[in-house]
Design a protein around this ligand. Structure first.
Ligand code: 5GP
Ligand code: ZN
Length: 140
């Protein structure tokens, strides 16, 4: 398969591996957005969150606190962001991955959210709930 992360898992492409078990690999992001920027991926090739099954999800997410604590203890960041991009506009590698991005004073990293607080009425919130709940399906 022509997937850069599958090639990293197979060792066909070198990487700086931090943690590995039967199902999961954690390694340094090549761009090092901040010191310690890490990616956690399932060994099973899954395009993104929409394709994740429950078992793979558990396997990947149970590793997240372990690596987060290691980064905290290693570099003493002031905080840490967990990011996951799915399709547009930001996903560039189509093998599910979680970014762990330790944060430091004046690190230049921008992850801004937009605040629409106060712009919507209760009916709007209720309509969102109704629309989304209709689409929540039982786990396969
Ligand atoms: P995305 O934009 O899909 O959420 O993130 C993909 C990430 O994969 C980027 O942060 C990018 O730096 C990283 N990446 C892409 N190619 C490689 C590679 O060959 N090795 C490593 N270690 N990271 C990579
Ligand atoms: Zn892959």
């Amino acid at each position: 398969m022509d997937c850069i992360f599958c090639k990293i898992i197979e060792g066909e492409i070198p990487s700086y591996k931090l943690y590995e078990d039967d199902n999961v690999l954690a390694f340094l992001d090549i761009t090092q957005g901040t010191k310690g920027h890490t990616l956690i991926i399932p060994k099973k090739h899954v395009r993104n969150v929409y394709e994740l099954d429950e078992e793979t999800t558990l396997n990947v997410f149970k590793v997240v606190p372990k690596i987060a604590r290691a980064l905290k203890d290693a570099f003493n960041p002031i905080g840490l962001n967990i990011i996951n991009n799915n399709d547009k506009p930001l996903q560039s590698v189509f093998h599910f991955h979680i970014h762990l991005i330790p944060r430091y004073e004046d690190d230049g990293m921008t992850l801004n959210t937009i605040n629409h607080y106060g712009e919507y009425n209760p009916e709007y919130f209720e309509s969102l709930v109704k629309t989304i709940k209709e689409q929540i399906k039982s786990a396969k």
